[in-house]
Design a protein around this ligand. Structure first.
Ligand code: WT7
Length: 640
């Protein structure tokens, strides 16, 4: 186990060790009283009198059910009383010499109202699903808030997903509206967002009737009469009140990959999600009014929802929105942005940390980091070497590091240390946040106490928990609550040490974590077998120095076909077309067969071991239909 790293002495803090102990104990002993108190972080139209009303068998989850509120009001309007002139957003463009745009809360309010009026003009009403396919620009955040203002349900699709993937997500939630931009831009590379929307809508049967287009790069794009509208043409400053919402009214759908089938539309509701993101932001980032916060995640992922759009703005914070990438114009861009905007709290992913670490300290040390006081990590396990580098080099050994474990389904941070309260352990997320009750179980569901390693479950609901999968509650129940009856199963492996600290070891299901992004092996396999020359495919993860995990594909071809570099390139292209560049296979291994049991089940364990280059522990291969295949697979292993 790693050594403890003591927290820095802090003169102002939102939580000391004593407060954590007392509040955590209370959050478990009297959850309703505790959370009704935390709910007061938000302005309610009707304050709730009910806390959690939930059951995991059958599965039904409600929090604050008799309360009404609007989250856009909470993120924007309510700050006008005493923070109207405070900076809400600092937009840093892809081009380091481009124009920085700063919006005060009053200006943000103006933009949100304009956007909400544009959506209304297209016919968006309460409960409508609105798909966002946006670059990382101010209008992305504004569009999410405008939906919340009208009570429309946003479904943000990451701009790196393909038209096919976008179409699937539009169709699944029967979304009639899309908000996009002419183009995005990342490291000078243009991303053809509007053209992708056209491909998605024109080549598939979708219910889309209105597309709102933001002019971002000024690229020449096609507009379809009657369907497509320029934002500037529909925006207006008329009064546009916030729609009163019940706490359990849906706020958004966000698609994420699972171990089987199509991506799942994880549904979050208004009151509980709002309380969870507001509360975790306050405590985990030890937020103080003068802070400048920056979370480098894209709004296309849950991290961007909870710690770009909602958490910071619900707290009235000032934050940076960054359009670009960490390696343009050079590997020092993050630190240049931090120096430029005097960022005090920085939240990023291990994959970015590892990529920067490899480029040498000079890219970091040549920029002033004296504004920084806290660093955060999210999305995948952070290896202790990267953790130490993050703390010592960018953090100058003085900034605490919070390693925050959570998931799309949890809505916000679940396991972490609190900056001034807890010693840190490199590689360990840490302790449960208020109200979180982790439990480790063995494969048979037996509860493991004390120092242990097992499957991580959560045995009590928390306000930020996803309520269902859009349109498929049965799949919600099956996916999360059926492996261990009466418990929420995270699908993560986890260790607990003698101090009660949790260390996540990674997914135990068929989900690959590529650079902090979830990818289902089944999705990649489905994309591969669409190729006319492919017979069968099996996809597994392998350890990757930068990405954390890479995508390793075993492919068998139809009789008479042979593998080649050209075919491998075609298959990569096929996956990019079906899912998007985020899912590009790292390695393609053509094989004459896949290891199967006599009953025809693919033995993925063996495929994983070979991809990992770990042959010592292949385990029992005697049940294979063709045991000689293993040697051929080892021989044909693709490396680099
Ligand atoms: C999966 C969830 C959390 C928002 C971004 C990803 C892995 C996430 C950590 C961490 C170890 C982590 C887990 C989890 N994960 N954070 N700090 N340490 N693993 O959300 O796409 O829903 O992925 O990411 O495996 O299950 P997501």
């Amino acid at each position: 186990m790693q050594e403890f790293v003591q927290p820095s002495q802090s003169t102002t803090t939102n939580c000391t060790r004593e407060q954590y102990d007392a509040d955590y104990a209370r959050s478990i002993a009297e959850p309703d009283a505790f959370w009704l108190e935390q709910a007061q972080r938000l302005d309610w139209i009707t304050p709730p009198t009910k806390g959690g009303e939930w059951s995991y068998d059958p599965v039904e989850i409600r929090w604050f059910a008799d309360g009404t509120l609007n989250l856009c009001h909470n993120a924007v309007d309510r700050h006008l009383a005493n923070k109207a002139d405070k900076t809400a957003l600092i937009f840093e463009p892809d081009d380091p010499d481009g124009k920085v745009r700063k919006l005060t809360y009053a200006e943000l309010h103006g933009e949100v109202v304009r956007m909400a009026n544009a959506l209304k003009a297209m016919g968006v009403t309460k409960g409508a699903r609105v798909t966002l396919y946006m670059p990382m620009v101010v209008e992305g955040v504004v569009a999410m808030l405008a939906c919340a203002r009208l009570g429309a349900i946003h479904s943000v699709v990451f701009g790196g997903f393909s038209p096919e993937a976008l179409a699937g997500r539009i169709i699944d939630c029967e979304s009639e509206f899309v908000i996009t931009a002419d183009e995005g831009r990342r490291g000078t590379k243009p991303i053809p967002l509007k053209a992708n929307v056209d491909a998605a809508v024109d080549e598939h049967e979708t219910p889309v009737k209105g597309v709102l287009v933001i002019a971002h790069t000024g690229a020449d794009i096609a507009m379809k009469d009657g369907r497509d509208h320029w934002y500037a043409d529909l925006a207006s400053d008329e009064d546009c009140p916030c729609e009163p919402m019940a706490a359990e009214d849906p706020l958004f759908i966000l698609y994420t990959s699972g171990s089987t089938g199509k991506p799942k539309g994880v549904l979050h509701t208004t009151g509980g999600y709002g309380v969870w993101t507001a509360c975790t932001f306050h405590y985990v980032f030890d937020y103080q009014p003068a802070d400048v916060f920056w979370c480098s995640a894209d709004i296309g992922w849950i991290t961007g929802h909870s710690y770009v759009t909602y958490g910071p703005l619900l707290n009235g914070a000032t934050q940076v929105i960054f359009e670009g990438v960490p390696n343009y114009p050079d590997h020092g861009r993050f630190w240049q942005v931090i120096a430029k905007h005097k960022v005090s709290i920085f939240y990023t992913a291990p994959t970015a940390i590892r990529a920067m670490m490899r480029e040498g300290d000079g890219f970091v040390t040549s920029h002033d980091r004296s504004s920084l006081r806290l660093l955060g990590s999210v999305g995948e396990p952070i290896n202790p070497e990267a953790w130490r580098w993050y703390r010592d080099v960018p953090g100058e050994g003085r900034c605490p590091v919070v390693d925050t474990w959570w998931q799309t389904e949890t809505g916000g941070i679940m396991l972490t240390t609190l900056p001034a309260a807890h010693a840190m352990k490199p590689g360990c997320a840490g302790l449960p946040f208020f109200g979180v009750q982790p439990q480790l179980v063995d494969n048979e569901g037996g509860v493991l106490d004390g120092v242990a390693e097992g499957n991580l479950c959560l045995i009590a609901s928390w306000p930020g928990q996803a309520r269902t999968l859009y349109g498929d509650h049965e799949r919600f129940v099956q996916t999360y609550f059926s492996t261990y009856k009466g418990k929420y199963f995270t699908s993560d492996g986890c260790q607990r040490d003698e101090n009660g600290y949790y260390r996540i070891t990674g997914r135990v299901d068929d989900v690959i974590n590529v650079s902090g992004h979830r990818m289902g092996t089944a999705e990649v396999e489905s994309a591969l077998v669409l190729h006319p020359r492919v017979a069968e495919a099996a996809v597994v993860a392998f350890p990757h120095d930068i990405k954390g995990q890479g995508i390793y594909c075993y492919v068998t071809l139809n009789a008479g076909e042979d593998g080649s570099d050209d075919l491998a390139a075609e298959l990569r292209q096929q996956v990019r077309k079906e899912i998007g560049p985020v899912a590009t296979p790292d390695r393609i291994h053509f094989t004459d067969g896949l290891p199967k049991t006599r009953s025809g089940k693919i033995m993925r364990r063996i495929l994983r071991k070979i991809a990992e280059n770990d042959y010592g522990s292949l385990g029992d291969t005697s049940t294979l239909a063709d045991p000689s295949l293993v040697d051929r697979l080892i021989e044909g292993r693709v490396d680099g």
